[in-house]
Ligand binder design. Sequence first.
Ligand SMILES: [Zn+2]
Ligand SMILES: [Zn+2]
Length: 480
Amino acid sequence: MESYCQYHPLEPSEWYCKNCQVHFCEHCVAMPPGSYNAQCPVCHQNLGHSGSTAKVPPFWQCLSDFFAYPISRDPIVLIAICTLLPAIFNQGFLALIILIVLVCAQTKYMYLVIEQSARGDLKPPTLKEAFMGGGLMLVIQQTLIFIIFGGLVFAANMWLGSGIAMLLLILILIGLPASIMLLATEHEITQALDPSRILGVVGAIGWPYFVMCGYLILLMLGLGAVQEFVVTRFNPSLAYTITGFTSSYFMLVIFCMMGYVLYQYQPRLGGAIHSSQHEVHKPDLAQKNEKQSLIEIDIALKDGRYDLAIESLTNLFSRKPYDKVTLDRLFKLLMLTGRWDVLDKKSLPVLKLLVETGRIREIRQMLRGLYSKREKFEVRDPEAAYHIAQSLYHAGDYRLLLRVLQGYGQRFKDAPHQAEVIMLSARALANGLHNGPKAKQYLMYLAKNFSQDDLAAQVPELLEHLKKDGRLPDPKVSFG
Ligand SMILES: [Zn+2]
Ligand SMILES: [Zn+2]
């Protein structure tokens, strides 16, 4: 029976947590950095694989498919070109160029075979793709790998003795298929040479990796036997053509099998192999942690464990104080769940975000809630308080404006906008709350205590207006 992800009901299950008895899909599980084990996003125990991937037949049952793989138009044409062209052009500079181009194309094609079959696609790549470039880089990288491995064995033989050199050679030969797989999927020589990555692949596949090595040895022996048979029975030029064909054929079978092994053990490999086609940049530790946090928040929300989601979002926001998306999610969740205590603590960044994005309706909702539920709540930043008050004036919420600006002079002694704040309060009183006398008091206070300020000079004129119309004119718009 097929099982599905508990949190993404349309996704087939990839992982199962024995502890929580819950199925997870690939979207729910982020590999912790440097680890090949997937962890449960709920209880953080190691996860096991779900049954669904068992439907992929093991590679040892697919040998006939691998042998049939090269017998198709594109690979046969490629093999024919690579075997026959060098036979025709075998002298001079042109021949060298042709040879280089063909070696590059063939190498590129082989690595494409691994990449495609690693995705479960057993249709050979097209001929065009082989000549689309990138082959030279692969040839250089692969050659470098051989030189480095060869150099290591040589150095071991020089300084550590032939026994250790032999051991090292065997280890390298065992690791070579994993190194080729890494180069094919990651396109980076550093990954293909990294012993920990190679061990990671071998370890993740487990004993079937050695079964695969056994098959690879048998195939190489088979190829050798065919070559010997051909060379001893046919005339040189025919033998050359046939050996060219057979070696290309066997290499295609081998690369297809290696790709299929990656496909079959994909869930086990998980983080051990990542196709670089999907991830151009390697995510660093913080990003991976963040992905894990986001998954956990998502799951906590779906489970209705809001406190956990709030905690994770708060942590995530403390790590990335400029991440407005996280802050916005946190704000909405806090409003929905009525967690005014947390909202109080985070009120300043939240208010700044809301002012910046002009979300006056949400500012009013949040401030009303905080003033009524949190006795000691204040907007604790003079700049923010002033900007919020301005927005509230335009929104016509004069009472809330006066509440925000209450005690501004005492609370923020050295803040700028002192005079502006008094003027704004006077306007709110006169024009919004029709409290002329109180507005007059404010204006008189402004004239007396901020006589140096430009606004103080306007006071006599404003008092005239107030007396005549019972309101204050809106400030003149000045440019510059
Ligand atoms: Zn899921
Ligand atoms: Zn669990």
